[in-house]
Design a protein around this ligand. Structure first.
Ligand code: FNR
Length: 356
């Protein structure tokens, strides 16, 4: 009997995942002042009970001004730890690993929640000053960010490291640094958003410098026995932007900096870039980075079918799949996928009589 690889265990450093179906980080826009509440417990708890290997919490701001919206989760204060510890404990009691994505939204910060249109918030509606790699706005309706100076960059790297320490105190076993989707770290990587003249802009080496400063600070603060992930956008889908070749070079560097897995997404830097959406459309990027750098990768984006997810793993395109919207539609996707692939997995004890 050939065991489906999707439901084979995976070890990264000292952490073992029961399978390779991971919950992709997805903002719930349900926090107040950064605190997790009942919605987060029920939402993330349900996906843990539904059988994923890793529950990766949404973009969680390392500083208040780094929130996309006022309803983002935060870890800029020790006060946030208990509300997140409740989640991590429950997730891990269900047999999933608990992880958290640490983020700074940069020039895409200070927006209304998507349910209200997601537009930049003016100061009179609670908006705040925004910062970026360069003084270039995300779009014509976004305000111009202030260019961060070197002292501010050092402070933000420190914010990421302190947030990682708080994630550890809250019981998380995986930290993912958000360096994708046009947020602060991605805005340093791409020549379209980074037009600095100092040692943080210009050449490839200069553009990766600040993201690598953050990775180094987090790796230093995050225990040796726990894995560190980085999410990147493998391409800006735009001429003259960040692309797959640069992602491969960056992947090599991330491996040298002690990153265990690159979570390979794309886009988000420009409001009008159009990705060629199709099932598994970002998988080839995960495959190329894995083949060319020897770092573990995660594939994400329009992965919805058990056989499709299985093929991503068995073809060697990626080590894990991240599912986003499909796990919003169906929190028990892993239980059904295992059955479809002929694999025996544990169901939550209270649900055993529902098992076919
Ligand atoms: C997202 N996505 C996302 N990505 C990320 O890195 N951090 C985040 O906090 C969020 N937030 C978020 C919220 C919502 C409501 C959606 C739908 C998406 C992107 C997400 O993780 C995933 O990469 C994409 O949704 C593509 O995968 P699927 O949904 O096609 O499986």
């Amino acid at each position: 009997v050939i065991r489906p690889r999707l439901f084979s265990r995976l070890a990264l450093r000292g952490v073992e995942f029961r399978n390779r179906v991971f919950l992709s980080p997805m903002c719930q826009y349900a926090a107040r002042d950064g605190y997790a509440g009942d919605w987060h417990l029920v939402h993330y708890g349900a996906r843990a009970a539904g059988g994923v290997g890793l529950v990766l919490l949404e973009a969680t701001a390392v500083a208040p001004e780094g929130r996309i919206s006022p309803a983002d989760l935060g870890l800029w204060s020790d006060d946030h730890i208990p509300s997140l510890r409740r989640l991590a404990d429950f997730i891990q009691a269900q047999g999933a690993v608990a992880g958290i994505q640490l983020a700074h939204a940069g020039r895409k910060a200070s927006c209304d929640v998507p349910a209200n249109g997601g537009k930049p918030l003016p100061p009179e509606r609670g908006g705040w000053p925004i910062f970026g790699a360069s003084a270039l706005p995300f779009s014509s309706v976004h305000p111009t960010p202030r260019e961060l100076d070197e002292k501010a960059l050092a402070d933000i790297a420190e914010d990421f490291a302190r947030a990682a320490e708080r994630a550890l105190a809250a019981g998380f076993k995986v930290v993912e640094i958000h360096a994708a989707h046009g947020y602060l770290l991605h805005s340093f990587l791409s020549p379209l958003s980074n037009q600095r003249n100092d040692r943080y802009g210009g050449s490839f080496e200069n553009r990766v410098r600040f993201p690598l400063d953050v990775v180094a600070a987090v790796r230093d603060a995050w225990p040796e026995h726990l894995p560190l992930f980085v999410r990147i956008s493998a391409t800006d889908w735009a001429e003259g932007g960040w692309d797959l070749d640069q992602s491969i070079r960056f992947g090599d560097q991330l491996k040298d900096f002690g990153v265990d897995l690159v979570d390979v997404s794309s886009g988000g830097l420009l409001p009008d870039a159009v990705p060629p959406l199709a099932p598994g459309y970002q998988v080839p990027f995960a495959q190329a980075i894995r083949a060319r750098t020897d770092i573990a990768t995660g594939a994400v984006g329009l992965i919805t079918e058990p056989q499709q997810a299985e093929a991503v793993i068995t073809s060697g395109s990626a080590d894990v799949v991240f599912l986003g919207r499909e796990l919003l539609r169906n929190p028990h996707w892993p239980l059904h996928a295992a059955a479809a692939l002929g694999e025996e997995v544990d169901w939550p004890t209270p649900y055993i009589r529902a098992r076919g």
